[in-house]
Each structure stands twice: as structure tokens, then as C-alpha cells.
Design a protein. Structure first.
Length: 237
């Protein structure tokens, strides 16, 4: 578990903002992750491993370093937070054939990460209904902790006994905002009373504007709190 003093220093550096969600205190990190101290769990979403190699099949001139870079950033966060649990909230791989394209050394790097925590949960997404068999870790459609559903896409909560809120990925929310004298954009958390949307963590992941009607509809008449990441710092808008 991460040292309390480290979190305090991250708060002072504007890298993390503690928030109350569904009656629990959680830490949102400008590097694109959620940490829940009570369960010592670190949450990543939408890693989209091997999106670069997928796009190069269709003549997109992108360097194929996204998986390596994403793993490197994950390693830094896992080392800092030292969680007991890690949840990857779906679309960890960009497509069903990604396991055939990923390099062996990157599989080994991911498995080293998985072995370094007590429990690693791959939540299945629409891009990755199956996780490559060479990877360690548990595969689940969803996970429930203290009545909070962790799932890739929003679900009807009534179909899950004793669930009153959910943390989801899938939408890759981002925000454009006037900061000082210029407009900036960044991946964003959207936090409502019973729904928290995670930003995408992967290198080549695009995004849907946080004020897009699709996202607004998820929150009904209540506007969510937007927390935008910019240069790894987090801004509450």
C-alpha cells in the first residue's frame, strides 16, 4: 500500500485529487488511474495494447511502441502505489488478434507486473472478450467491491444485488478547457453520484468529449464533476 505521505505530496503537486464517490474516499491520479485505499486497489482502464500494430496493418504511419510505453507507465505506477490488487477495466487489448502480434518480451513484462501483486483482474471489454492465454491473472466480466461494480461498459445496477454505483471505462472521456490564456485538452475523469467514468490509459487511445450528448445522457439531469489531466497534473473543472 502506498505511503500516506506520498499521497500528501502528490496532492501538493496537483497530481492527485481525493474525491468522495458512492460514500467512499478514492484517489484520482492525473496519470490516468484510480486508487481506492480501503481495498488497496489500483485501477487502469482501456490500455489498448497493440493498437499501433493493428493500425499499421492498414498503412497508418504510426510507430509500434505503444504497448511498450504503456507497460512502462504501468510499471511506474504499480511500483509507486504498491497495491494488493490491480483491476484493468476492459479493452486492455485492442483486438482479438493482438495476442498474436505482441512481442514475447512484452508478454514477459506484463506477467512480471501481474506476479508482483496479490491479485490481478482483467475485466473483459468489447475489444477484448478474451485475454491472450499466455498472460497471467484472473479474467472476469465484472468485479463488485462494497457495492461498487467495476465493469467495462455501464450496466443496469438493479440486475446486480446490493450494487449502488459503478466504475466504468469504454468512453475515453476527454475535455477541452481554457487554462490561463490558452485552450488545452486532456483525458478526464467524469464523476457523478453513482457513476464514475475512467479515462483511457493507452498511448494511442482517442477520446469522446466529456460534454458529448452520449456521455451527458449517462448522467441524466445531473452534470458530473470533471477532472482533467494535463501534463500529469489533475484539474477539477
Amino acid at each position: 500500500m502506498i505511503n500516506v505521505e506520498i499521497i500528501k505530496n502528490l496532492v501538493l503537486e496537483n497530481m492527485v485529487i481525493p474525491v468522495n464517490f458512492a460514500q467512499y474516499r478514492m484517489v484520482l491520479d492525473g496519470r490516468g488511474v484510480l486508487y481506492w485505499p480501503k481495498h488497496d486497489v489500483l485501477v487502469f482502464s482501456d490500455l489498448h495494447f497493440e493498437k499501433g500494430s493493428f493500425l499499421t496493418q492498414f498503412a497508418h504511419p504510426l510507430p509500434r511502441f505503444d504497448t511498450k510505453e504503456t507497460i512502462h507507465r504501468m510499471m511506474g505506477l504499480v511500483q509507486q502505489y504498491q497495491p494488493k490488487k490491480v483491476i484493468c477495466l476492459g479493452d486492455s487489448f485492442h483486438d482479438g488478434n493482438a495476442g498474436k502480434r505482441i512481442e514475447r518480451k512484452e508478454i514477459e513484462a506484463i506477467n512480471t507486473l501481474v506476479e508482483g501483486v496479490e491479485q490481478w483482474i482483467w475485466i473483459l471489454g468489447n475489444h477484448d472478450p478474451d485475454i491472450p492465454e499466455q498472460l497471467l491473472g484472473t479474467r472476469n466480466h465484472h468485479l463488485i467491491l462494497d457495492g461498487i461494480l467495476f465493469v467495462h461498459e455501464p450496466e443496469v445496477l438493479e440486475q446486480y444485488a446490493h450494487c449502488h454505483a459503478q466504475v466504468v471505462g469504454h468512453y475515453h472521456p476527454k475535455t477541452r478547457y481554457r487554462l490561463v490564456n490558452q485552450y488545452v485538452s486532456g483525458k478526464s475523469f467524469c464523476v457523478g453520484e453513482t457513476l464514475l467514468l475512467m479515462p483511457a490509459f493507452g498511448k494511442y487511445t482517442g477520446g469522446l468529449s466529456s460534454d458529448d450528448p452520449v456521455i451527458k445522457k449517462l448522467f441524466g439531469n445531473a452534470s458530473p464533476q470533471i477532472l482533467m489531466s494535463y501534463h500529469h497534473k489533475l484539474y477539477m473543472l
